[in-house]
Design a protein around this ligand. Structure first.
Ligand code: PLP
Length: 457
């Protein structure tokens, strides 16, 4: 299909309200023309001008099986021809939905019972909050409602999930966070540890802080804790040693539910099928999205553990129907897409690829960047990684934010054909390539990134 680039750009500028975009700069052309992304194959996308880019971020950490997978496109098309839609209210289902749900309950970590579907990670976390509140209402604990999240955690940008997100720029001017959501310290050893404090000691301190926070709020007022096994948007930061063990002990002591937000880490990114398995996390509730369909169709889910579900079922005679659901909950095309994607994840052992190619990628990042004078930390796990740039390595001093070092490096990478993301909270270049990436491909990513970094040094 040939498209009229000028016409599309003009229509876009006149009518699309782009997320996470400086509106004035876009409207006045300061951000340049919109990039019209036209096709994708493997780890690469191509724009309407014919420029090829390596997508070192899998879209937004989501196109895990890579672009252009005909198996997934065919599964979507087959289902659309058979039955484009029917709802899943009042015990209606489709074969694809039932098969997917059975699969997810069996493969998920912990003792899971049921799957509730949405369309995005944000709405799935909105559901999680309602499940926590419902659960505690049904078991006669009407005050046990506060949800604790971490600073620099990212859980979405709807009203509750945006409140869970621990970054002030998602709250400012939007009247967030809600008072039910409280934040605790970020588990980032590099910036947060005291001099000489080991990772294990730092983790224990973060757990003590959480314990104190719960005591201060009153354990009868705290319903849940939500966390990403590996902080994603907050800087691609794996947890320090012992962190999840220490945190879970505190949550158990106070009867506080644990929601594992596996929107990024689910389906292989860390090198394990779920981040929870990678770090020994036993969640009560699990949020999944992105990798579930590799973004071929918008689909998310809240996976509900046995403990929570039992209370819901036992309470049904008292409260009636579970009054929560979206028109598109359990959309059959989404379910078909997810089943086709999970077939690929399993057949091609993408968690195994993320582990093997990921180990090579992490080594490449360390080798090429760790000793550079402007690099403070190189970190990551599986096929997610980050380089954090600092003005002064010895004294751990950040660059003046007005220098926009991270953004300039990301731009230099893009000019060299690589999408690597400048992340908030410092000068950070983040990577999360599709999980099908080969060693040669991640080496190419690391080499282009090195050239970009050196051009800015
Ligand atoms: N949770 C995590 C860990 C995420 O990374 C994201 C998105 O990046 C979300 C939730 C929100 O998902 P969505 O953008 O699909 O609403």
């Amino acid at each position: 299909m040939t498209i009229n680039i000028k016409e599309i750009a003009e229509k876009d500028r006149n009518s699309v309200l782009h997320p996470f975009t400086q509106l004035k700069d876009f409207a006045t052309g300061k951000l340049g023309e919109p990039t019209i992304v036209e096709t994708g194959k493997g780890i690469r996308i191509q724009d309407a001008l014919g420029n090829q880019l390596i997508d070192g971020f899998a879209g937004l950490y989501c196109v895990n099986v890579g672009y252009g997978r005909t198996e997934v496109a065919e599964a979507i098309s087959r289902q659309a021809f058979r039955l484009a839609y029917y709802h899943s209210y009042a015990a209606h289902t489709t074969d694809e939905l039932a098969i997917l749900s059975d699969r997810l309950v069996k493969m998920a970590p912990g003792k899971m019972s049921k799957v509730f579907y949405g369309m995005s990670g944000s709405d799935a976390n909105e559901t999680q909050a309602k499940l926590v509140w419902y659960y505690n209402n049904l078991r006669g604990k009407p005050n046990k409602k506060k949800i604790i999240s971490r600073e620099r955690g990212y859980h979405g940008c709807s009203v509750v999930s945006g409140s869970m997100t621990g970054m002030s720029f998602y709250h400012d001017h939007m009247d967030l966070p809600l008072p039910q959501i409280v934040h605790t310290g970020v588990p980032h050893h590099y910036w947060g540890a005291n001099a000489g404090e080991t990772e294990v000691e730092f983790s224990a301190r973060r757990a003590q802080e959480l314990d104190k926070l719960i005591q201060r709020l009153g354990p009868d007022n705290v319903g849940a804790f939500i966390g990403e096994p590996v902080l994603g948007t907050g800087g691609i930061t794996p947890p320090p040693e012992g962190y999840w063990q220490a945190i879970q002990a505190v949550l158990k002591k106070h009867d506080v539910l644990l929601i594992a937000d596996e929107v990024i880490t689910g389906f292989g990114r860390t090198g394990s099928m779920f981040g929870s398995q990678h770090y020994g996390i036993e969640p009560d509730l699990i949020t999944i999205a992105k990798g579930l369909t590799s973004a071929y169709f918008p689909l998310s889910a809240a996976i509900v553990g046995e403990k929570v579900y039992k209370v819901m079922e036992d309470g049904a005679d008292k409260v009636g129907a579970f009054s929560h659901g979206y028109t598109y909950s359990g959309h059959p095309i989404g379910a078909a897409a997810a089943n086709a994607v999970l077939d690929i994840v399993e057949k091609e052992d993408l968690p195994g690829n993320a582990r093997d190619v990921g180990a090579f990628f992490q080594a490449q990042l360390k080798e090429r960047f760790a000793q550079l004078p402007i690099v403070g930390e190189v970190r990551g796990v599986g096929l997610m990684g980050a380089i954090e740039f600092v003005a002064d390595r010895d004294n751990k001093k950040r660059f003046d934010p007005t220098l926009k070092v991270g953004a300039r490096i990301s731009k230099a990478a893009r000019e060299r054909g690589l999408i690597a993301r400048a992340m908030p909270h410092g000068d950070i270049l983040g990577f999360a390539p599709p999980l099908i990436a080969t060693k040669a491909e991640v080496e190419e990513i690391a080499a282009i990134a090195e050239s970009a970094v050196r051009s800015v040094m």
